[in-house]
Design a protein around this ligand. Structure first.
Ligand SMILES: Cc1cc2nc3c(=O)[nH]c(=O)nc-3n(C[C@H](O)[C@H](O)[C@H](O)COP(=O)(O)OP(=O)(O)OC[C@H]3O[C@@H](n4cnc5c(N)ncnc54)[C@H](O)[C@@H]3O)c2cc1C
Length: 393
Protein backbone atom coordinates (compact mmCIF):
# COMPACT_ATOMS: atom_id res chain seq x y z
CA UNK A 1 0.00 0.00 0.00
CA UNK A 2 1.26 3.50 -0.72
CA UNK A 3 2.42 5.54 2.21
CA UNK A 4 0.34 8.60 3.22
CA UNK A 5 2.39 11.65 4.13
CA UNK A 6 3.09 12.25 7.80
CA UNK A 7 0.87 14.78 9.56
CA UNK A 8 4.02 16.17 11.20
CA UNK A 9 5.60 17.20 7.87
CA UNK A 10 4.71 20.74 6.74
CA UNK A 11 2.07 20.63 3.98
CA UNK A 12 3.14 21.80 0.50
CA UNK A 13 2.50 25.52 0.01
CA UNK A 14 -0.33 26.78 -2.19
CA UNK A 15 0.68 27.11 -5.82
CA UNK A 16 0.57 30.90 -5.90
CA UNK A 17 2.58 31.44 -2.72
CA UNK A 18 5.55 33.73 -3.23
CA UNK A 19 8.72 33.71 -1.16
CA UNK A 20 9.51 36.92 0.72
CA UNK A 21 12.11 37.84 -1.91
CA UNK A 22 9.70 37.16 -4.77
CA UNK A 23 6.96 39.26 -3.14
CA UNK A 24 9.38 42.13 -2.59
CA UNK A 25 10.61 41.91 -6.18
CA UNK A 26 7.02 41.88 -7.49
CA UNK A 27 6.11 44.92 -5.38
CA UNK A 28 9.14 46.86 -6.59
CA UNK A 29 8.38 46.06 -10.24
CA UNK A 30 4.73 47.03 -9.75
CA UNK A 31 5.70 50.32 -8.14
CA UNK A 32 8.08 51.12 -11.00
CA UNK A 33 5.43 50.27 -13.60
CA UNK A 34 2.82 52.45 -11.91
CA UNK A 35 5.17 55.39 -11.33
CA UNK A 36 7.30 55.40 -14.46
CA UNK A 37 5.59 53.46 -17.25
CA UNK A 38 1.89 54.27 -16.71
CA UNK A 39 2.18 58.02 -17.49
CA UNK A 40 3.77 57.24 -20.86
CA UNK A 41 1.55 54.39 -22.06
CA UNK A 42 -0.97 56.38 -24.07
CA UNK A 43 1.58 58.51 -25.89
CA UNK A 44 3.80 55.52 -26.70
CA UNK A 45 0.78 53.63 -28.05
CA UNK A 46 -0.33 56.56 -30.18
CA UNK A 47 3.13 57.22 -31.59
CA UNK A 48 3.96 53.55 -31.92
CA UNK A 49 7.35 54.22 -30.36
CA UNK A 50 8.76 52.93 -27.10
CA UNK A 51 10.47 55.51 -24.85
CA UNK A 52 14.19 54.72 -24.83
CA UNK A 53 14.58 56.20 -21.35
CA UNK A 54 12.31 53.49 -20.01
CA UNK A 55 14.55 50.85 -21.56
CA UNK A 56 17.52 52.44 -19.77
CA UNK A 57 15.55 52.12 -16.55
CA UNK A 58 14.79 48.45 -17.27
CA UNK A 59 18.55 47.87 -17.40
CA UNK A 60 19.23 49.93 -14.27
CA UNK A 61 16.62 47.95 -12.35
CA UNK A 62 18.08 44.62 -13.44
CA UNK A 63 14.96 43.68 -15.42
CA UNK A 64 16.89 42.85 -18.60
CA UNK A 65 19.12 40.17 -17.09
CA UNK A 66 17.01 38.51 -14.44
CA UNK A 67 18.40 35.00 -14.88
CA UNK A 68 21.89 36.02 -15.95
CA UNK A 69 24.38 34.93 -13.27
CA UNK A 70 25.97 37.62 -11.13
CA UNK A 71 29.42 36.88 -12.61
CA UNK A 72 28.13 38.43 -15.86
CA UNK A 73 26.48 41.36 -14.11
CA UNK A 74 22.98 39.84 -13.99
CA UNK A 75 20.57 39.47 -11.11
CA UNK A 76 21.20 35.70 -10.76
CA UNK A 77 17.48 35.08 -10.35
CA UNK A 78 15.14 32.32 -11.43
CA UNK A 79 12.89 31.98 -14.45
CA UNK A 80 9.95 32.48 -12.08
CA UNK A 81 11.15 36.00 -11.30
CA UNK A 82 11.37 36.82 -15.00
CA UNK A 83 7.76 35.67 -15.27
CA UNK A 84 6.71 37.84 -12.33
CA UNK A 85 8.37 40.84 -13.97
CA UNK A 86 6.61 40.24 -17.30
CA UNK A 87 3.27 39.88 -15.50
CA UNK A 88 3.64 43.02 -13.39
CA UNK A 89 4.90 45.19 -16.24
CA UNK A 90 2.17 43.92 -18.59
CA UNK A 91 -0.47 44.85 -16.01
CA UNK A 92 0.46 48.43 -16.88
CA UNK A 93 1.67 48.01 -20.47
CA UNK A 94 1.85 44.75 -22.45
CA UNK A 95 4.21 46.46 -24.95
CA UNK A 96 6.72 47.04 -22.17
CA UNK A 97 6.05 43.49 -20.98
CA UNK A 98 7.04 41.93 -24.30
CA UNK A 99 10.33 43.85 -24.46
CA UNK A 100 11.34 42.35 -21.12
CA UNK A 101 9.88 38.99 -22.09
CA UNK A 102 11.86 38.62 -25.32
CA UNK A 103 15.09 39.75 -23.64
CA UNK A 104 14.79 37.34 -20.72
CA UNK A 105 12.84 34.30 -21.83
CA UNK A 106 14.13 34.06 -25.42
CA UNK A 107 17.45 35.83 -25.93
CA UNK A 108 19.17 35.54 -22.55
CA UNK A 109 17.80 32.04 -22.13
CA UNK A 110 19.21 30.95 -25.51
CA UNK A 111 22.61 32.45 -24.69
CA UNK A 112 22.68 30.91 -21.22
CA UNK A 113 21.62 27.50 -22.39
CA UNK A 114 23.41 27.19 -25.73
CA UNK A 115 26.17 29.77 -25.68
CA UNK A 116 29.76 28.64 -25.18
CA UNK A 117 32.00 30.32 -22.57
CA UNK A 118 33.39 32.79 -25.09
CA UNK A 119 29.90 33.82 -26.28
CA UNK A 120 28.66 34.17 -22.72
CA UNK A 121 31.67 36.33 -21.84
CA UNK A 122 31.19 38.49 -24.92
CA UNK A 123 27.42 38.99 -24.74
CA UNK A 124 25.94 38.41 -21.30
CA UNK A 125 27.57 41.38 -19.54
CA UNK A 126 26.19 43.62 -22.29
CA UNK A 127 22.73 42.01 -22.14
CA UNK A 128 22.50 43.11 -18.50
CA UNK A 129 23.88 46.59 -19.14
CA UNK A 130 22.62 48.17 -22.34
CA UNK A 131 22.19 45.62 -25.13
CA UNK A 132 18.61 44.80 -26.19
CA UNK A 133 18.10 41.43 -27.85
CA UNK A 134 15.65 40.11 -30.44
CA UNK A 135 14.74 36.65 -31.64
CA UNK A 136 14.46 36.22 -35.39
CA UNK A 137 12.84 33.02 -36.62
CA UNK A 138 9.77 33.97 -38.71
CA UNK A 139 9.82 34.84 -42.39
CA UNK A 140 7.13 35.88 -44.89
CA UNK A 141 6.72 32.30 -46.09
CA UNK A 142 7.37 30.51 -42.80
CA UNK A 143 5.33 31.34 -39.69
CA UNK A 144 3.67 28.30 -38.14
CA UNK A 145 5.81 26.17 -40.45
CA UNK A 146 8.87 27.90 -38.99
CA UNK A 147 11.52 25.47 -40.21
CA UNK A 148 10.57 26.02 -43.84
CA UNK A 149 12.66 29.18 -43.51
CA UNK A 150 14.60 30.34 -46.57
CA UNK A 151 17.33 32.56 -45.12
CA UNK A 152 20.55 30.99 -46.28
CA UNK A 153 23.93 30.83 -44.50
CA UNK A 154 27.04 29.81 -46.46
CA UNK A 155 30.45 29.31 -44.93
CA UNK A 156 33.13 31.35 -46.71
CA UNK A 157 36.50 31.20 -44.97
CA UNK A 158 36.13 32.22 -41.36
CA UNK A 159 32.69 33.75 -41.84
CA UNK A 160 29.16 32.75 -42.69
CA UNK A 161 27.48 34.85 -45.34
CA UNK A 162 23.75 35.23 -44.70
CA UNK A 163 21.12 36.18 -47.28
CA UNK A 164 17.38 36.48 -46.79
CA UNK A 165 14.68 38.36 -44.92
CA UNK A 166 13.07 37.94 -41.53
CA UNK A 167 9.61 39.26 -40.75
CA UNK A 168 7.73 40.30 -37.59
CA UNK A 169 10.76 40.64 -35.36
CA UNK A 170 9.90 42.10 -31.93
CA UNK A 171 12.40 44.59 -30.42
CA UNK A 172 14.18 45.07 -33.75
CA UNK A 173 14.24 48.87 -33.59
CA UNK A 174 15.88 48.82 -30.17
CA UNK A 175 17.96 45.66 -30.47
CA UNK A 176 21.72 45.53 -30.85
CA UNK A 177 21.85 41.74 -31.12
CA UNK A 178 19.66 39.12 -32.78
CA UNK A 179 19.43 35.37 -32.29
CA UNK A 180 18.76 34.66 -35.94
CA UNK A 181 17.91 31.37 -37.61
CA UNK A 182 19.11 30.45 -41.10
CA UNK A 183 19.70 27.24 -43.01
CA UNK A 184 23.15 26.02 -43.94
CA UNK A 185 21.63 23.33 -46.18
CA UNK A 186 18.11 23.79 -47.58
CA UNK A 187 18.03 20.16 -48.79
CA UNK A 188 18.42 18.97 -45.17
CA UNK A 189 15.07 20.47 -44.08
CA UNK A 190 14.90 21.28 -40.38
CA UNK A 191 18.32 19.64 -39.86
CA UNK A 192 19.96 22.49 -41.77
CA UNK A 193 18.58 25.18 -39.47
CA UNK A 194 21.34 26.90 -37.51
CA UNK A 195 21.22 29.70 -34.92
CA UNK A 196 23.52 32.71 -35.29
CA UNK A 197 24.31 35.61 -33.00
CA UNK A 198 24.04 38.60 -35.33
CA UNK A 199 24.96 42.13 -34.27
CA UNK A 200 23.16 45.06 -35.80
CA UNK A 201 26.46 46.54 -37.02
CA UNK A 202 27.58 43.45 -38.90
CA UNK A 203 28.10 44.33 -42.59
CA UNK A 204 25.08 43.48 -44.73
CA UNK A 205 22.54 43.63 -41.89
CA UNK A 206 19.73 46.15 -41.77
CA UNK A 207 16.35 46.67 -40.15
CA UNK A 208 13.55 47.19 -42.65
CA UNK A 209 9.92 48.24 -42.54
CA UNK A 210 8.21 48.66 -39.19
CA UNK A 211 4.70 47.23 -38.91
CA UNK A 212 1.74 49.48 -38.06
CA UNK A 213 -0.19 47.23 -35.69
CA UNK A 214 -3.56 46.76 -33.98
CA UNK A 215 -2.07 46.27 -30.53
CA UNK A 216 1.20 46.35 -28.57
CA UNK A 217 1.87 49.31 -30.82
CA UNK A 218 4.80 50.65 -28.80
CA UNK A 219 6.65 47.37 -29.22
CA UNK A 220 8.62 47.53 -32.47
CA UNK A 221 7.96 44.75 -35.01
CA UNK A 222 10.12 44.98 -38.11
CA UNK A 223 11.53 43.19 -41.09
CA UNK A 224 15.24 42.29 -41.07
CA UNK A 225 17.24 42.34 -44.27
CA UNK A 226 20.37 40.24 -44.74
CA UNK A 227 22.34 41.03 -47.90
CA UNK A 228 25.64 39.18 -47.85
CA UNK A 229 25.62 39.73 -44.11
CA UNK A 230 28.93 38.53 -42.68
CA UNK A 231 28.81 36.68 -39.38
CA UNK A 232 32.00 35.29 -37.80
CA UNK A 233 32.08 31.48 -37.41
CA UNK A 234 32.44 32.00 -33.66
CA UNK A 235 28.90 33.41 -33.64
CA UNK A 236 27.17 30.12 -34.41
CA UNK A 237 25.03 29.48 -31.32
CA UNK A 238 25.06 25.83 -30.31
CA UNK A 239 26.02 23.33 -32.99
CA UNK A 240 25.50 23.73 -36.71
CA UNK A 241 22.20 22.17 -37.76
CA UNK A 242 20.85 22.29 -34.20
CA UNK A 243 18.97 25.57 -34.64
CA UNK A 244 15.61 23.81 -34.72
CA UNK A 245 16.24 22.40 -31.25
CA UNK A 246 17.32 25.81 -29.92
CA UNK A 247 14.25 27.44 -31.47
CA UNK A 248 11.79 24.87 -30.13
CA UNK A 249 13.24 24.77 -26.66
CA UNK A 250 13.56 28.52 -26.18
CA UNK A 251 10.03 29.03 -27.49
CA UNK A 252 8.74 26.50 -24.96
CA UNK A 253 10.00 28.81 -22.23
CA UNK A 254 8.88 31.88 -24.11
CA UNK A 255 5.30 30.61 -24.12
CA UNK A 256 5.16 30.78 -20.35
CA UNK A 257 6.34 34.37 -20.74
CA UNK A 258 3.47 35.15 -23.10
CA UNK A 259 1.14 33.49 -20.59
CA UNK A 260 2.50 35.92 -17.99
CA UNK A 261 2.04 38.86 -20.36
CA UNK A 262 -1.60 37.86 -20.90
CA UNK A 263 -2.09 37.33 -17.15
CA UNK A 264 -0.80 40.81 -16.38
CA UNK A 265 -2.96 42.27 -19.16
CA UNK A 266 -6.10 40.55 -17.84
CA UNK A 267 -5.38 41.81 -14.33
CA UNK A 268 -4.88 45.35 -15.60
CA UNK A 269 -8.19 45.26 -17.48
CA UNK A 270 -10.06 43.69 -14.56
CA UNK A 271 -8.74 46.21 -12.03
CA UNK A 272 -9.82 49.08 -14.27
CA UNK A 273 -13.29 47.56 -14.65
CA UNK A 274 -13.62 47.07 -10.89
CA UNK A 275 -12.56 50.63 -10.11
CA UNK A 276 -14.89 52.14 -12.68
CA UNK A 277 -17.83 50.01 -11.52
CA UNK A 278 -17.39 51.38 -8.01
CA UNK A 279 -17.46 54.98 -9.23
CA UNK A 280 -20.00 55.02 -12.04
CA UNK A 281 -23.58 55.69 -10.95
CA UNK A 282 -26.69 54.65 -12.86
CA UNK A 283 -30.23 54.30 -11.51
CA UNK A 284 -28.97 56.06 -8.35
CA UNK A 285 -26.36 53.42 -7.46
CA UNK A 286 -22.82 52.41 -8.26
CA UNK A 287 -23.03 49.96 -11.14
CA UNK A 288 -20.98 47.53 -8.99
CA UNK A 289 -24.16 47.12 -6.91
CA UNK A 290 -25.94 45.43 -9.80
CA UNK A 291 -25.69 41.68 -9.66
CA UNK A 292 -25.19 41.54 -13.43
CA UNK A 293 -21.94 43.50 -13.08
CA UNK A 294 -20.89 41.66 -9.91
CA UNK A 295 -21.25 38.31 -11.66
CA UNK A 296 -19.17 39.48 -14.59
CA UNK A 297 -16.42 40.71 -12.27
CA UNK A 298 -16.54 37.44 -10.31
CA UNK A 299 -16.34 35.32 -13.45
CA UNK A 300 -13.39 37.38 -14.77
CA UNK A 301 -11.54 37.12 -11.44
CA UNK A 302 -12.08 33.36 -11.35
CA UNK A 303 -10.65 32.94 -14.83
CA UNK A 304 -7.69 35.16 -13.99
CA UNK A 305 -6.97 33.06 -10.91
CA UNK A 306 -6.98 29.90 -13.04
CA UNK A 307 -4.51 31.51 -15.45
CA UNK A 308 -2.29 32.64 -12.58
CA UNK A 309 -2.07 29.08 -11.30
CA UNK A 310 -1.18 27.76 -14.75
CA UNK A 311 1.47 30.40 -15.37
CA UNK A 312 3.08 30.03 -11.94
CA UNK A 313 2.97 26.24 -12.06
CA UNK A 314 4.56 26.07 -15.52
CA UNK A 315 7.30 28.51 -14.42
CA UNK A 316 7.96 26.55 -11.22
CA UNK A 317 8.15 23.35 -13.29
CA UNK A 318 10.79 24.94 -15.49
CA UNK A 319 12.81 26.04 -12.44
CA UNK A 320 12.48 22.54 -10.96
CA UNK A 321 14.02 21.05 -14.13
CA UNK A 322 10.81 19.18 -15.00
CA UNK A 323 9.38 18.68 -18.47
CA UNK A 324 6.95 21.57 -18.96
CA UNK A 325 6.27 21.50 -22.71
CA UNK A 326 2.58 20.58 -22.46
CA UNK A 327 1.96 22.94 -19.54
CA UNK A 328 3.66 25.83 -21.37
CA UNK A 329 1.46 25.31 -24.45
CA UNK A 330 -1.69 25.00 -22.31
CA UNK A 331 -0.73 28.12 -20.38
CA UNK A 332 -0.27 30.26 -23.48
CA UNK A 333 -3.41 28.92 -25.11
CA UNK A 334 -5.63 29.51 -22.08
CA UNK A 335 -4.05 32.76 -20.89
CA UNK A 336 -4.56 34.37 -24.30
CA UNK A 337 -8.22 33.25 -24.40
CA UNK A 338 -8.90 34.64 -20.93
CA UNK A 339 -7.02 37.88 -21.60
CA UNK A 340 -9.12 38.54 -24.67
CA UNK A 341 -12.37 37.70 -22.86
CA UNK A 342 -11.56 39.73 -19.75
CA UNK A 343 -10.39 42.76 -21.74
CA UNK A 344 -13.54 42.58 -23.88
CA UNK A 345 -15.81 42.45 -20.83
CA UNK A 346 -13.84 45.29 -19.24
CA UNK A 347 -14.66 47.47 -22.25
CA UNK A 348 -18.34 46.59 -21.80
CA UNK A 349 -18.33 47.31 -18.07
CA UNK A 350 -16.97 50.78 -18.78
CA UNK A 351 -19.72 51.30 -21.36
CA UNK A 352 -19.17 54.15 -23.84
CA UNK A 353 -15.98 55.44 -22.22
CA UNK A 354 -14.55 51.92 -22.40
CA UNK A 355 -14.60 52.31 -26.16
CA UNK A 356 -12.50 55.49 -26.05
CA UNK A 357 -8.81 56.13 -25.60
CA UNK A 358 -9.48 58.13 -22.43
CA UNK A 359 -9.47 54.88 -20.46
CA UNK A 360 -6.91 52.06 -20.73
CA UNK A 361 -9.27 49.16 -21.38
CA UNK A 362 -9.65 49.62 -25.14
CA UNK A 363 -5.86 49.31 -25.39
CA UNK A 364 -5.83 46.17 -23.28
CA UNK A 365 -8.49 44.78 -25.63
CA UNK A 366 -6.36 45.56 -28.70
CA UNK A 367 -3.19 44.28 -27.02
CA UNK A 368 -4.82 40.98 -26.02
CA UNK A 369 -5.19 39.77 -29.61
CA UNK A 370 -1.49 39.13 -30.13
CA UNK A 371 -1.46 36.48 -27.39
CA UNK A 372 -3.21 34.08 -29.76
CA UNK A 373 -0.76 34.71 -32.59
CA UNK A 374 2.92 35.07 -31.66
CA UNK A 375 5.23 32.38 -30.34
CA UNK A 376 2.91 29.88 -32.02
CA UNK A 377 -0.76 30.49 -32.84
CA UNK A 378 -3.49 28.92 -30.72
CA UNK A 379 -3.85 26.15 -33.30
CA UNK A 380 -0.15 25.34 -32.96
CA UNK A 381 -0.49 25.20 -29.15
CA UNK A 382 -3.45 22.83 -29.57
CA UNK A 383 -1.38 20.74 -31.95
CA UNK A 384 1.44 20.44 -29.39
CA UNK A 385 -0.95 19.61 -26.57
CA UNK A 386 -2.82 17.03 -28.67
CA UNK A 387 0.44 15.42 -29.82
CA UNK A 388 1.62 15.07 -26.23
CA UNK A 389 -1.72 13.70 -25.07
CA UNK A 390 -2.43 11.38 -27.97
CA UNK A 391 0.99 10.59 -29.37
CA UNK A 392 2.08 11.15 -32.95
CA UNK A 393 -0.30 8.63 -34.56
C1 LIG B 1 3.35 41.58 -33.29
C2 LIG B 1 4.12 40.35 -33.70
C3 LIG B 1 5.36 40.09 -33.13
C4 LIG B 1 6.09 38.97 -33.52
N1 LIG B 1 7.33 38.76 -33.00
C5 LIG B 1 8.12 37.77 -33.51
C6 LIG B 1 9.49 37.65 -33.12
O1 LIG B 1 10.00 38.40 -32.29
N2 LIG B 1 10.23 36.69 -33.70
C7 LIG B 1 9.74 35.83 -34.64
O2 LIG B 1 10.48 34.97 -35.11
N3 LIG B 1 8.42 35.91 -35.01
C8 LIG B 1 7.61 36.86 -34.47
N4 LIG B 1 6.29 36.97 -34.88
C9 LIG B 1 5.76 36.04 -35.86
C10 LIG B 1 4.74 35.09 -35.28
O3 LIG B 1 5.38 34.15 -34.46
C11 LIG B 1 3.96 34.49 -36.44
O4 LIG B 1 3.14 35.51 -36.96
C12 LIG B 1 3.12 33.30 -36.00
O5 LIG B 1 3.93 32.21 -35.67
C13 LIG B 1 2.12 32.87 -37.09
O6 LIG B 1 2.74 32.76 -38.33
P1 LIG B 1 2.05 33.46 -39.62
O7 LIG B 1 1.81 34.87 -39.27
O8 LIG B 1 2.90 33.16 -40.78
O9 LIG B 1 0.65 32.73 -39.75
P2 LIG B 1 0.39 31.35 -40.51
O10 LIG B 1 1.36 30.33 -40.05
O11 LIG B 1 0.26 31.61 -41.96
O12 LIG B 1 -1.03 30.97 -39.92
C14 LIG B 1 -2.25 31.50 -40.43
C15 LIG B 1 -3.40 30.72 -39.80
O13 LIG B 1 -3.30 29.34 -40.19
C16 LIG B 1 -3.31 28.50 -39.03
N5 LIG B 1 -2.47 27.33 -39.26
C17 LIG B 1 -1.23 27.27 -39.83
N6 LIG B 1 -0.78 26.01 -39.85
C18 LIG B 1 -1.74 25.24 -39.29
C19 LIG B 1 -1.89 23.84 -39.01
N7 LIG B 1 -0.91 22.96 -39.31
N8 LIG B 1 -3.03 23.41 -38.43
C20 LIG B 1 -4.01 24.29 -38.12
N9 LIG B 1 -3.95 25.60 -38.34
C21 LIG B 1 -2.83 26.08 -38.92
C22 LIG B 1 -2.74 29.39 -37.91
O14 LIG B 1 -3.16 28.91 -36.64
C23 LIG B 1 -3.35 30.75 -38.26
O15 LIG B 1 -4.65 30.82 -37.75
C24 LIG B 1 5.54 38.07 -34.47
C25 LIG B 1 4.27 38.33 -35.01
C26 LIG B 1 3.58 39.46 -34.66
C27 LIG B 1 2.24 39.73 -35.31
Amino acid sequence: MSQVSSAAAPPPLPLVTLTEDEALFRDNVRHFAEESIAPKVREMDEKGVFDSRLIEQFFQLGLMGIEVPEQYGGAGGRFFEAILAVEEISRTDPSAGVIIDVQNTLVNNALLRWGNDDQKRRYLPRMTKNLVGAYALSEAGSGSDAFALQTRAQLKGSEYVLNGRKLWITNSKEAGVFILFATIDPSAGYKGVTAFIVEKDFPGFSVGKKEDKLGIRASSTCELILEDCRVPKENVLGDQGKGYKIAIETLNEGRIGIGAQMLGLARGAWENALKYSQERKQFGKNISEFQGIQFQLAQMATEIEAVRMMVYNAARMKDAGMNFVKEAAMTKLFASQIAERVASLAVEILGGVGFTKDYPVEKFYRDAKIGKIYEGTSNMQLQTIAKLLLGDR
